[in-house]
Design a protein around this ligand. Sequence first.
Ligand SMILES: [Zn+2]
Length: 120
Amino acid sequence: MHHKPPRHRTAGQEYKHLYSDKRWHGARGIRLQALKRDLYTCQRCGCSLVTTNRHHPQAAVVNHKTPHKGDPALFFDLNNCESACKSCHDALIQREEARGYSIGSDLTGRPTDPSHPWNW
Ligand SMILES: [Zn+2]
C-alpha cells in the first residue's frame, strides 16, 4: 500500500477536518441546508438535482462561492454555499485546476473529485 504523492503542496489536507465535520456533512449540516435552500436546483444552470433515487442524488454538489482556504467562517457560511450539478461543477473544476483539487462533494459528504485530498 503506497500513497499517491501530493501533486501540489499539501495544502488542502488540513481541510479534511472541515469536510468530516458534522456541521458540514451532518443531517443538519451546511451541505444539506444549502441543497434544501436551493430546492435541489443547480444555481448555475437551473437543472434539478433530484434524481430518480432521491436518496442518492449523486449529481448534487455544494460549492463554496468564495474559496474557504480552510477558513471555518467561510466554510460553514450557508451564504457562501451554492448547489450545483456535476457538469456545472466540473466546469468549476477546470478553473480550480491550479489548486489541484475540487472543493465539491457528493451528498454523502465525500469529495467527488478523486484527486481531492480526502481520496489520497
Ligand atoms: Zn448545472
